[in-house]
Design a binder for this molecule. Structure first.
Ligand code: GDP
Length: 297
């Protein structure tokens, strides 16, 4: 289960505070040291941990906390509030264009869950907004991606525009956009090519698709299981493409929490959705406060 280790260690640190009647500055320091280690072990970005601990410590050693009747409880509250802040505080909704179609460009490395997430998101839009999305299959590099998107489209009854794998992806997108205009689709989801790692050719292609479509949303899919690597990937994509949001997938897996807690602070971009399973309904809006509660257990 996600966050198990982190939750247990934070709880231990907090329990040792709760066992004391009066809490001293030294006790706070001690428990902050434990929380710091817990966060680092959960693979949270080093700079994020440093800032987080500094803020919590400064707030926790304040007279109003230490001299209150329930200092340990106050400290739990501070930890909770700061966890929420690190993850962006508020839910950031999907951007929507004033004029149809709203264009959502899905980007990410191979295997992160980009194609699956495109299908999940199309289904969500359909169910929740009665939307009529069109998906464009522009991942011509991963051999099975076009077929995978077609199958997903059939499962959720959403049309897929594809031209096989021998056509330039920018051209596929151009024709797909024309199709969406013609059919008056209100959303277009573009499944772009992933690679094993960020490379110049990929970024060039994505930049061209961005320029062509002026997307309302560039959603980066990253795999939570890869921890700090996911954060590095997010930083790389964001530096080149200025993404608008992140989808953190595989949070149902054995993740330590590092990606969820670092991405917002490192990239400045919000996590908009989380993937919590392989089923097409396993996509949820990201709520920083709920995630903080889950981490605190
Ligand atoms: P892409 O290469 O980025 O398009 O990746 P895919 O969409 O093909 O996904 C790669 C694998 O991850 C597939 O087996 C998906 O079923 C799986 N996957 C995607 N999202 C999730 C998730 O939230 N949880 C779990 N457990 N698996 C996921």
């Amino acid at each position: 289960m996600a966050f198990e280790g982190l939750t247990e260690r934070i709880q231990n640190a907090i329990h040792s505070l709760q066992r004391k009647g009066k809490i001293t500055e030294n006790d706070v320091k001690e428990s902050m040291r434990e929380i710091r280690l817990a966060l680092l072990e959960a693979d949270v970005n080093y700079g994020v941990v440093k800032d987080f601990i500094k803020t919590v410590r400064e707030r926790a050693v304040g007279a109003e906390v230490l001299e209150s009747l329930t200092p340990a409880q106050q400290i739990v509250k501070i930890v909770n509030e700061e966890l929420v802040k690190v993850m962006g505080e508020k839910t950031v909704p999907l951007n929507k264009s004033a004029k149809i179609p709203t264009v959502i460009m899905m980007v990410g490395l191979q295997g992160a869950g980009k194609t699956t997430t495109a299908g999940k998101l199309a289904l969500k839009l359909k169910n929740e907004q009665k939307a009529r999305p069109l998906m464009i299959a522009a991942d011509v590099y991963r051999p099975a991606a076009v077929d995978q998107l077609k199958i997903l489209g059939e499962q959720i009854d959403v049309p897929v525009f594809e031209m096989g794998t021998d056509v330039d992806p920018v051209e596929i997108v151009r024709q797909g956009m024309a199709k969406a205009q013609e059919q008056k689709n209100d959303y277009v989801l573009i499944d772009t090519a992933g690679r094993l790692q960020i490379d110049e050719k990929l970024m060039d292609e994505l930049a061209q698709i961005k320029e062509l479509t002026h997307p309302d949303e560039i959603l980066l899919t990253v795999d939570a299981m890869t921890g700090q690597n996911a954060v590095e990937v997010a930083k790389g994509f964001n530096d080149q493409l200025d993404v608008t949001g992140v989808v953190l997938t595989k949070l149902d897996g054995d993740t330590r929490g590092g990606a969820a807690l670092s991405i917002r602070a490192v990239t400045g971009k919000p996590i908009k959705f989380i993937g919590q399973g392989e089923k097409l309904t396993d996509l949820d809006v990201f709520y920083p406060d709920r995630m903080a509660s889950r981490i605190l257990g």
